[in-house]
Design a protein around this ligand. Sequence first.
Ligand code: NAP
Ligand code: MG
Length: 408
Amino acid sequence: MAEKIKMTTPLVEMDGDEMTRVMWKMIKDILLLPYIDLKTEYYDLSLKNRDATEDRVTVESAEATKKFGVAVKCATITPNAQRMEEYNLKEMWKSPNGTIRAILDGTVFRAPITVKGINPLVPTWTKPITIARHAYGDVYKNSEIEVGEGDKAELLVTDRDGGVTKRPIHEFTESGGIIQGQYNTDKSIAGFARSCFNYAVDTGQDLWFATKDTISKKYDHRFKDIFEEIYSNEYKSAFEAAGTEYFYTLIDDAVARVMRSEGGYVWACKNYDGDVMSDMLAAAFGSLGMMTSALVSPDGVYEFEAAHGTVTRHYYKHLKGEKTSTNSMATLFAWAGALKKRGELDGLAELSAFAEKLETAAIQTIESGVMTGDLHAVSTLAEKRKVDTREFITEIDKNLKSVIHGGE
Ligand code: NAP
Ligand code: MG
């Protein structure tokens, strides 16, 4: 066999839990270690080790990601009452993804892996649609009050010198009701915008953004203005050089256009829009096992992972010695994404090229009819064969070998 591909800077590797931890090792053993002199800074984010380290390992892995610039993360358990008992935990540790996101101040981009035979529910969507949700503020950090009949509600701001600005909300003369206050910050919106522009430039795609600025003339309009300003000052020339565009429209117009589009762009959404639309897109594109996720910070730090969880139901079968047919595509694409990025940053063309071959081989495997149960149930291919978790990965390896040799 040819010499292994060398790396210069390590990748931050965040190991995780359950079935995804099982697949993690298979991917490394079968598809990575035989080909690459893999250099990683390893952090064990399994629930057991998070508990043993009082969750310091999660914080340390995020700090290492800031330092090295690229991480790949396995799915992890977010503990609940049942897990407290199952793992005899000292504390109900917070979601690692939440902790890491708070430290990197990043935006999550979710993109489906599209293959022949797995058709999105919207037939025109021939290319993936990547969705980015601004996961900060708005209705998720609101203050709400129930008000009675005869009450008068006002918006009041006290500035740093004690000066007061007031706006009427409503006089509840005929009936009681409800009011809500929400906020966002210029800093968070600007960080979101930069993450989106970076990701779009990196992946060579158009960026769409939409709000309801015609109705919300200050709140939503601020989002529009901040995006526009950052685009013109910092990204316009990169978009022009790539032949891509930044497209702003109203949210209802955006939804209508998305339904008629062929895909192939990044759709940036305000917090609530992203919450709702990401679930719609995930369902319409098919299996959870095919949805990838990347956390991108405003200064261009990347963390790649699968969008799905630890696939607990399959893991319990695996523990009983039963065969499982769990889809490793999203986890494999997380590794490929991280290796590609590492290669780009370090000028290692061979590493990036290997990552692309890995993706090609994985897609070819499914398109040749070899797939896990989740895809087997929905694939429209005439000839298809359901394989178990390990066999799927070994079949990818066979294709990888021919992709590598075909390319020589
Ligand atoms: P899940 O792990 O995503 O699995 C839910 C169901 O979706 C599975 O039972 C399976 O359906 C299907 N599925 C998901 N991924 C699949 C794959 N790769 N291949 C085949 N089928 C797949 O969600 P969950 O069961 O609600 O959560 C399990 C654990 O994951 C929880 O402890 C949760 O905290 C954690 N979680 C972590 C992350 C993360 O780290 N990013 C995200 C979400 C959840 P069938 O059983 O019908 O085959
Ligand atoms: Mg949602």
